[in-house]
Design a protein around this ligand. Sequence first.
Ligand code: VGL
Ligand code: ZN
Length: 243
Amino acid sequence: MLDRRRILAGLALAGLGTTAITTCVSSTLWAAASIKPDDASALLVIDVQNCFLPGGSLAVKDGEQVVPVINRIAKGFANVVMTQDWHTGGHVSFASVHPGKKPFETIDLPYGKQVLWPDHCVQGTDGASLSKDLSIPHAALIIRKGFHKDVDSYSAFTEADGKTTTGLAAYLKARGVERLFVAGLATDFCVAWTALDARKSGFETYVVEDACRGIDTQGSLAKAWTDMAQAGVKRIQSGDLAV
Ligand code: VGL
Ligand code: ZN
């Protein structure tokens, strides 16, 4: 696949002006960059839940803007899986259960470093519901994660202990899926951890950048993109998809 960013960087190095670059890329390379989801492709829609949307307890800036983009691209996928962050009350990732700690501080847990969050996505609450504005009736599976009280799970594949699986990789493989497109909230946590685990499970993996928004705490967004690039995750825009 052609990487638009690399092409732009290359042309810029060659001394072409911005207008020339835009004209050149849009007239010749744009169409070639189109990616058509096939039967071996699946869209993963991560955590588009009320808690992460405006008015929610862990609202992601501009989070609502992903919804129309996701609704549009989802129509082009035969296979769609959605996820729901689904915590117990008093979950270990909540700052409120650690005396003296505030949201966005970190602590060390047996499985590693844990960012502490405001209480969010408690099982069965309105905040944990998927956005009512999502329109993906053909989604085949909703996978819930983070339901073990003492372990977080940003990833849709493996909990933060690094070993407890959600079963998602086996499900996707059993259904013949080879390529994953990841969208949703938040870019730097559940989207990134899901994309990194997707690579570990051997899937060709794309993150659709404009179908995601990030939290960005302590440099987390830049780090997530660096980690994903290193792992071979491809960063695309919804316009790159032929849907
Ligand atoms: C998420 C923080 C805590 C996410 C979930 O969906 O990215 N972030 N829980
Ligand atoms: Zn969570």
